[in-house]
Design a binder for this molecule. Sequence first.
Ligand code: SF4
Length: 903
Amino acid sequence: MPLEDRFANMWKEFEEKVLPFVSKPGRYIGNEFNILVKEDAEVKIALCFPDVYEIGMSYIGFKILYNIVNKIEWACAERVYAPWTDAEELMRREGIPLFSLETKRPLRDFDIVGFTLQYELHYSNILNMLELGQIPIFSSDRGESDPIVIAGGPVACNPEPMSAFIDAFLLGDGENLLPQFLELYREMRKNGASRDEILLTAGKKLQGVYVPKFYEPIYEEGKYKGIRKLFDELPLPVKRNVIPELKPEHYPDRPIVPLIEVVHDRFQLEIMRGCTQGCRFCNAGMIYRPVRERAVDDLINETRRVIENTGYEEMSFVSLSTSDYSLLPELMGRNYEIVKEKKVSPSFPSLRPQTYTVGIAKFTREGGASGLTFAPEAGTERLRRVINKQSSEDDFYRAVEIAIDYGWRLVKLYFMMGLPTETYEDLDGILRIANNVIEIARRKKVYNMEVHVSVSPFSPKAHTPFQWERQNSIEELIDKTRYLKSKNRCRNIKLDIRDPRVTTLETILGRGDRRISRVIYSAWKNGAKFDAWTDKMNFDIWVKAMEENGLKIEDYTREFEKDEVFPWDHIFMGVLKKFLWRDRQKAYQEAMIPDCRPEDICHACGACDFKTIKMLIRSQVDKNSSSDLKGESIALGEDVIWIDKTEINTANPSTTFSYRMKYAKEGYLRYISHLDLIRLFNRIFRKSGIKVAYTKGFHPHPKFSFSPPLPLGYESKCEYLDFELEEEIEPLEIKMRLIQNLPDGMSILDVRRIEKSKKSLDSQINVFEYKVYFNGGNLSDLISKFLSKREILVERSKNGDVKLINIREFVRDIFIEDDGFVVRLERGSMGEVPKVDLVIGKILGLDEIQVKKIKVVRTGQFILVDGFLIDPIEYNVINKSRVSYEEGDLHQHQEEGNTYSST
Ligand code: SF4
């Protein structure tokens, strides 16, 4: 896709001066499957995720908003992620602004810049991205030519700490609110309205829009006392926006499929929103109420379309508590047909032990999952009653027994420490539960069971029954950490306890008032960024920032008084403060409140108006849905759904068909690593409807055999892939089907049927040819000098051992051409071959950095047969007229130009 000239020049600079020198260039190139580009849209919004690409691309919310906005004829949404520190440093040095992946448009050139607030520890990155995008950091410094900066997401439920930097917060569900905001912006801009006029109108007219500059906090003697609005028509409190139903049109049929591996590299099917289990520490469980389940038909249709349009091989059923979905057996039963037909591995990210069944064990185990995760959260039944965790230890042990019986050897457990009323007996309970899992396994004669225990310190969250609670001090949490570590004597139990300083920072930023904006700014100025990364977070910077601004950490981690006004009280996220207080009182009585999902139990939390906003439970509204089933409905339970991998993956070798493909990897794709390429090809075949044969076992993978990896950053005109298919298809048809589904930069040059070979393609290829585009001065002298030497020693380290190798003996030929030279390398007797950039550096007398600036293209890979170089696409093919070299008639290839003399 051609870029606008001004962006194309900037991108060219980025390609030359940044990409070759960063750890993961694939983060910055865009160009993924299903990307949408709308150059001429009237209103342009940048959807910004304040962390790296791999994390941001795993976030389902952006996929939804990207789809919704790009469906609007006059609007476009593009994606922007935080550059990692190596890229940022080079971008700052070269004066390259932060830009979008779609059109490489700098952030400052968008009309609206929208951040998602998923986690408090992203705040410093938001300031960093604004500065890199050349947008004034403070809202008050922005002028008419600057974009409007908006933010939404769960952490926006206390917007005050970020109020100095964000022009408007969009609270609650964004599916209809964001389009309304864009429409208002478009209409008012057309009529010449100013930024402030637009913001004020949005604040008055759109439910869920909060514009901090039109509200003023009140402090008395340094204590926060509330907020007043500056214009009468503004709402106070500001109510979140809620959609009554999750509609199929909100979800993309063609979500973007990344070219590099991301954290959740799978199709995410949101099956419902909201959770009414009522865990008292959980912010999401409160602010996403009420539960709104999606219709089974919609979910099945979306699954079919997305799997076909993406080639994804894995999917997950996303919600806060997947096993609460009321029609789960029906959904699983119908989904099973797709899973089986399309060979998709399903996963359930959020299961409760009491709903874990043999069916789910089989369904997920056969689907290839390796670890099982439960969240008991607290070590004793007493403390679980305090936090309103609805599952018992017996449920948990029953689930563990099932898991062990079905082959699981790793269980991950999540706990919290520092919860209200916690004692050391509760901490002992954490290890007791973990030890009991090991004991259950031993009774079943399983001795290699592992339990990974993650313990996170409790942080009191806004809008929860525990919002009044005190957070344990860092010293208390360090003591508890030491205690737990000293008590763990089992080698099969691995304890991972989160740094209490991280939790403390979460609490300060999560419960902060407007004064915390200054703290965030000071910390960022002093170098805070990527605070969500444990190796990047520097707590001392934050302590200093608090001191600089005259604030105490204890003021934000202390217990709050009953009638105290909180900095987030003017934001109504659906659940009433009086309900939260009542529920907190129940916690101290160790009294639980049940899930309000049954129709007749309502605790009057405030989330439903019982007219448009109410629980949407599919088993209650879609009562006849099962009768529409065409296939067999398979119940979750003892007789169950499971994927018969023996059926799927045991393609008999005698019934598979082998092929070889020659392809080019150019343009953007040169920044895709070999491992990413393997995943990419799998999806290309799946999208093309070509059934690749799979290996056997618990983790089956497609039968692919690649030519040796191409160095990252190099283009190639001659890569090869051997693959086996379940059915015989004409090579030309394979080529034509694959061509429809290739990313930019990849082209298929040839496909042939080949004989099956026991040797991998990698091990058959032994000569490599590279074209080096270099026209510096005395090239022929440099080459002559290099070739005249018999020994050129360089250090090579492997597995920690450093040894000297003579790279000269691997260089077979060098030819000078008009625009550079060609070098051919040949493997040594042990199959080894030196890195080509090392050889180029030695030929030209350049260091590693200088070599990275030179364009290098792989122009040949060959199989050496009796001294002749054979193009692999000609080797071992089934059409005998093309394999005449096997008959010793090598001259035929020389005449056709397919074979090269070895000189
Ligand atoms: S208002 Fe009642 S039914 Fe609705 S979420 Fe709250 S407790 Fe449940």
